[in-house]
Design a protein around this ligand. Structure first.
Ligand code: FAD
Ligand code: MG
Length: 343
């Protein structure tokens, strides 16, 4: 069973400014939008002003990144690396840059993010939709092949020991957001909204100078749990409610704890990360979901440089002080007063 996230995107879009950007300024009312299905999700890039060419370039960039990074596409660099049988492969600059950044984030999160999780993800059927609950013995065996420290990346040369396989699904959309935002800025775009699956990336403010209002999905309902106002930031959410299946009354989702091989059950419904760098937001939303609330708080205190919104299993909202004034609960969560973590 899988819920597609297009309805979510449409409501994100509404709050993120597609409605309100229209009214205030005739001159800036003009926008160019491209839409595509990529990385198994719906994507939309809206560049405000007259920027048709930039919007088309953004689309080309996403398509090119997907062709490099897909774990299932036989023509991709990741597929080639995963099937190289221990031999070295040469990577493009994009794949090498993303992998280098991802490996650093695997290390800083103590392996809560592990880009070599693919054999386990595949065993659960999450990349093929052929869902199953693997036996404990099978998972134990597959976990022997999960260890990001065994990935060797020297410049653009990647060597994976036989049996080790990469999955950049937890970070690729964030990287795509960074690349597309940089490309749009190079093209002179000052205001843009990137909706890449559940990842939102903003360039500048809304055309009228106000902040983008980005919705955080309500994991248990059809609406949203909160709204955060941002400019020049990425807002990325990971949760157990988007890709999952049910068996014998138990729900299994796609975020796996690399320590156990099972879906991470740490008392969180979702984790939203707010920061400038999309790939960092993407990596940390996945990693902090794996860590759970206490370790996530500790990690934030030790590293900083980002804000988060945790929606706990008990229905509480925990946020960090940097977004205290820009986050508001919404919908069924409106009466919650968030716990604000301060340094
Ligand atoms: P995130 O929380 O950002 O990431 C979760 C995903 O990361 C999981 O699906 C798994 O792949 C991986 N993961 C799980 N646990 C960990 C962990 N602890 N550390 C590191 N990684 C982990 N899906 C399809 O079904 N079919 C496709 O053809 C397909 N093509 C894709 C092509 C590209 C280029 C990309 C980037 C993704 C593609 N996907 C495809 C989707 C992909 O498999 C993931 O499901 C998706 O990226 C999850 O994103 P998310 O934002 O929901 O969750
Ligand atoms: Mg992620």
């Amino acid at each position: 069973m899988r819920r597609y996230i297009i309805p979510l995107l449409l409501c994100l879009c509404l709050l993120a400014g597609c409605d309100t950007a229209r009214a205030p300024n005739e001159e800036n009312d003009q926008s160019d939008t491209v839409e595509l299905m990529a990385m198994d999700t719906f994507m939309r890039v809206t560049a405000y002003g007259e920027h048709r060419e930039a919007a088309e370039l953004a689309k080309d960039e996403i398509t090119a990144l997907e062709a490099l990074l897909s774990v299932t596409d036989e023509g991709s660099e990741i597929y080639a690396a995963n099937h190289a049988g221990g031999k070295s492969v040469a990577l493009s600059d994009d794949t090498a840059a993303l992998l280098e950044r991802a490996l650093a984030l695997c290390e800083s999160t103590g392996g809560a993010l592990d880009v070599t999780i693919y054999p386990v993800v595949r065993a659960w059927g999450f990349t093929t939709d052929k869902f199953r609950v693997p036996e404990a013995d099978e998972l134990a065996e597959l976990l022997e092949r999960v260890d990001y420290t065994r990935v060797s990346l020297e410049g653009n040369t990647l060597t994976l020991p036989a049996g080790v396989e990469l999955d950049l699904g937890a970070v690729a959309k964030g990287y795509a957001g960074d690349r597309v935002a940089a490309l749009l800025r190079e093209q002179g775009v000052e205001n843009a909204l990137l909706e890449l699956g559940g990842n939102i990336h903003t360039v500048g403010s809304k055309p009228d100078g106000s902040l983008w209002r980005v919705a955080v999905t309500d994991p248990a309902g059809d609406g949203y749990a909160g709204v955060v106002e941002v400019a020049d930031k990425a807002v990325v959410t990971s949760g157990g409610y988007e890709r999952y299946f049910e068996q014998h009354g138990e729900t299994y989702w796609h975020i796996i704890d690399p320590a156990t091989g099972y879906p991470a059950r740490t008392g969180l419904q979702s984790v939203t990360i707010v920061a400038e760098e999309g790939v960092k937001c993407d990596a940390l939303s996945t990693a902090l979901f794996v860590m759970g609330p206490e370790k996530a708080e500790k990690f934030w205190r030790e590293t900083g440089g980002f804000d988060f919104i945790l929606l706990t299993g008990g229905g509480e909202i925990v946020i960090t002080e940097g977004i205290e004034d820009s986050f508001s609960p919404y919908g069924a969560w409106i009466d919650q007063s968030p716990t604000v973590l301060r340094r």
